[in-house]
Design a protein around this ligand. Structure first.
Ligand code: UFG
Length: 331
């Protein structure tokens, strides 16, 4: 059996490909390299450069790799702030891309898919920690585009029997502990890589977006999860579908929240660098607090995350950033 990983050259996709090949699974990767990096893909995987919405191309990928039994789908845009300015870019690439993909999957009879959803589908949470059954009312187009993908999956399961697992990630941070693959976005907008770019001397200072939120220190609180643990959750989800279980959605987080100020403090401790920071206005689309209830993934998928300590997560990210200040350009 082989697994097709869409977006396998991206941050979380490349960690998942790495984990799959380390377990001896045959992996086929599709990535259009718009945000992904060819160098991030394990040489043990078969690589195709192309777009998931290009149906003739995707038909060829399936035809040339008849062993593909399941798809793991990471190929999407994921920046909250950008989605506020360019919503149609998100509905086209993420939501319409999913429709094109499902049409081909249905045609070729591959009926198992694990895909990246997000905490951003919940919007402003009514309860903390957030449970999978809590209302999903996104406050940005990114979250809306992913919620639409979940709904499309639901109806495609009923109509065509395409079984899915939606994994709703919280904030992903960290790199492979040996420092060989890590986070490389251009432009970078995420908190931890920016903090570490300041530590590495690549930026002058951090701007903290808002200190008047309804949280203990006034800065946003987020729940951080390591891509190594996310990768394992995807592999468990593929096995769950292969065992014939029903479609479902799971939160993936650590169930612990850290404020932006706490992340800065922990990064100063891990790196030993001063990391200058100043307060700045709020960024549109940021909820006060996002913390996952992730016991469902632990109980049903058997997920057992290894990186439960924010200092450990930051240390892996620092190893990557300190040795690759220009990301994959330094490989
Ligand atoms: N932040 C700063 N300064 C920066 C960058 C970020 O203060 O220079 C703050 C943000 O305002 C926010 C926090 O750091 O309060 C985290 O921001 P990120 O951009 O790192 O992450 P987000 O919480 O916006 O979003 C991430 C993913 C989304 C996902 C979401 C779910 O990018 O895809 O987590 O929790 F939906």
């Amino acid at each position: 059996m082989a697994v097709l990983v869409l977006g396998g050259a991206g941050y979380i996709g490349s960690h998942t490909v790495d984990r799959l090949v380390s377990q001896g699974v045959d992996v086929v990767v599709v990535d259009n390299l718009v945000t992904g990096h060819r160098a991030a893909v394990s040489p043990k995987a078969k690589f195709y450069q192309g777009d998931i919405a290009d149906q003739p191309f995707m038909r060829r990928v399936f035809a040339e790799n008849p062993a593909i039994e399941a798809v793991i789908h990471f190929a999407a845009f994921s920046l909250v702030a950008e989605s506020m300015e360019k919503p149609l870019k998100y509905f086209d690439n993420n939501t319409a891309g999913m429709i094109k993909l499902l049409e081909v999957m249905n045609e070729v009879g591959v009926k198992k898919i694990v895909f990246s959803s997000t905490a951003a589908t919940y919007g402003i949470p009514e309860n903390v920690p957030i449970k999978e059954t809590d209302p999903q009312k996104p406050i940005n187009p990114y979250g809306e585009s992913k919620l639409m993908m979940e709904k499309i999956m639901h109806w495609s399961d009923l109509a065509y029997g395409i079984k899915f697992v939606a994994l709703r990630y919280f904030n992903v941070a960290g790199a492979k502990p040996d420092g060989s693959i890590g986070e490389d976005h251009n432009p970078e907008t995420h908190l931890l890589p920016i903090v570490l770019q300041v530590a590495a001397g690549k930026r002058d200072q951090l701007k903290i977006f808002g200190n008047d939120y309804n949280t203990p220190d006034g800065t946003n609180v987020r729940d951080y999860v390591h891509p190594f643990d996310l990768a394992d959750a995807h592999i468990l989800a593929v096995n769950y579908l292969k065992a014939g279980h029903e479609s479902d959605a799971f939160n993936l987080g650590s169930s612990t929240g850290f404020s932006n100020m706490e992340i800065l403090k922990a990064a100063r401790e891990v790196t030993g660098k001063p990391i200058p920071a100043e307060m700045a206005p709020r960024r549109p689309g940021d909820p006060d607090t996002l913390i996952a209830a992730s016991d469902k993934a632990r109980k049903i998928l058997g997920w057992n995350p290894q990186f439960d300590d924010i200092h450990k997560i930051i240390a892996t990210a620092w190893k990557w950033h300190a040795t690759h200040p220009n990301g994959y350009a330094d490989r």
